[in-house]
Design a protein around this ligand. Structure first.
Ligand code: HEM
Length: 141
């Protein structure tokens, strides 16, 4: 679980990022698809070109879910229960994809909010994204 300082760091940067979920989310997905092309196989029904309506839509959904999770950092299992079912039972996303996406989200935050992305803020986001990913991949076995 995150310390109070880590939770505050996540929420503080989230406050900035939440203003532009479509663009930031689309960029995170574009980075994911380029650096880990296998991840595209889950999105064969999408237009995966950079900045497409599909990427903006879906990017906003993913980041929006992170924003909701950030409000429930003490209770991630419950907050993410439905999404956890979806990713495990319906989508069957290989867990390795979560590591790369988490990394890409951090890179997007660093690129757009360099002044805020201090090492301790990154560490907090890394821990938060790992905790979210752990819940979303917890029902695989
Ligand atoms: C759908 C969140 C990681 C593949 C979704 C949805 C959300 C979401 C909110 C929409 C659910 C709905 O429509 O009810 C997240 C979060 C992630 C994550 C917070 C981790 C931080 C991943 C990864 C992959 C993936 C790593 C695969 C590379 C998908 C796919 C869909 C989906 C294929 C369905 C897309 C569609 O057809 O509309 N995810 N996701 N997700 N996710 Fe994830």
């Amino acid at each position: 679980t995150l310390t109070d300082a880590e939770k505050a760091a996540v929420l503080s940067l989230w406050g900035k990022a939440s203003g532009d979920l479509e663009a930031l989310g689309a960029e995170a997905l574009d980075r994911l698809f380029r650096s880990f092309p296998q991840s595209k196989t889950y999105f064969s029904h999408f237009d995966t070109s950079p900045g497409s309506a599909d990427l903006r839509n879906h990017g906003a959904k993913v980041l929006g879910a992170l924003g909701e999770a950030a409000k429930s950092m003490d209770n991630l299992d419950q907050a993410l229960s439905k999404l956890s079912d979806l990713h495990a039972y319906n989508l069957r996303v290989d867990p390795g994809n979560f590591k790369v996406l988490s990394h890409c989200i951090q890179i997007v935050l660093a690129a757009h909010f360099p002044a805020e992305f201090a090492p301790e803020v990154q560490a907090a986001w890394d821990k938060f994204l790992a905790a979210v990913s752990a819940v979303l991949t917890s029902k695989y076995r």
